[in-house]
Design a binder for this molecule. Structure first.
Ligand code: FPP
Length: 246
């Protein structure tokens, strides 16, 4: 990595964790954390675009989140509907293309409609691709890719890596370079399992509602320091020959 452009990730994904704890620490109901979390998502999207990131993928709701208390799930659904209604125009004005990834079939007709409208409005935008993962799970993603492939090719007995890569969500985005998780936990939680194969991982103790653009900058700076080897040796990557190498 020799210059800033090379050191900037093209595709960043974020597991936005810590909303509930942020609220509890302040004696507020958990959902108050989600409300501020939504504001943070807006701020970080804007900052990512300004920094030159081409694609940003945010984990808003996992396939496992349905198991949360009913009132929290229903608050989140309302937040997504009003968020889409309110933010779609602003995203469009800022030349951001919005897409929702995940199994939408479980969402209300109204929410599915808002998702389609926002996607249609912003479809031709080019500054930043914002992907919201909703009812998304990495295992679901791999299974839907394999199922699609089998349906289109009945009777086949083999599936290649390329077949899956071509059909998982985000297959038309730049490869995932940097996966950030906020909130102090060190795990991937069934997020982009296939896509994260060579991503750099960055874990922050900061709770999502406190993850302001300067925290994003810390993650980008850490990424710029990493050497991406894709299975090669460090010497191969830097072009230096190690002592004793033939
Ligand atoms: C994790 O905090 C967050 C979620 C389960 C999703 C909520 C996300 C937002 C409100 C941001 C919305 C953004 C968009 C773009 C739709 P947690 O509740 O797991 O926190 P905890 O680990 O402290 O309990």
């Amino acid at each position: 990595m020799t210059n800033q452009t090379e050191a900037l990730p093209r595709h960043v994904a974020i597991i936005m964790d810590g909303n509930g704890r942020w609220a509890r620490k302040r004696g507020l109901p958990r959902v108050a954390g989600h409300k501020v979390g939504m504001e943070r998502a807006r701020e970080i999207t804007e900052a990512a675009g300004k920094r030159g990131v081409k694609a940003l993928t945010l984990f808003a709701f996992s396939s496992e989140n349905w198991q949360r208390p009913e009132d929290e799930v229903s608050y989140l659904m309302d937040l997504f509907v009003t968020g889409l209604e309110r933010e779609a125009k602003a995203l469009h004005k800022n030349n951001v293309r919005l897409r929702v990834i995940g199994d939408r079939s479980r969402f209300s007709a109204k929410l599915q409609q808002r998702m389609l409208e926002a996607e249609a409005m912003t479809a031709d935008n080019t500054a930043l691709n914002l992907n919201i993962a909703a009812n998304y799970g990495g295992r679901w993603d791999i299974v839907q890719a394999v199922s699609q492939h089998l349906q289109n090719n009945p009777g086949i007995s083999q599936v290649s890596e390329q077949d899956i890569s071509d059909r998982v969500q985000l297959h038309d985005e730049p490869p995932l370079d940097l996966l950030i998780r906020t909130g102090g936990e060190i795990r991937i939680s069934n997020f982009l399992l296939w896509q994260a194969a060579y991503a750099e991982l960055y874990f922050s103790d900061v709770l999502w509602p406190d993850f302001h653009p300067e925290e994003l900058d810390k993650a980008l700076a850490a990424y710029a320091q990493r050497q991406r080897r894709y299975g090669k040796t460090g010497e191969q990557v830097t072009g230096e020959s190690a002592q004793g190498d033939a």
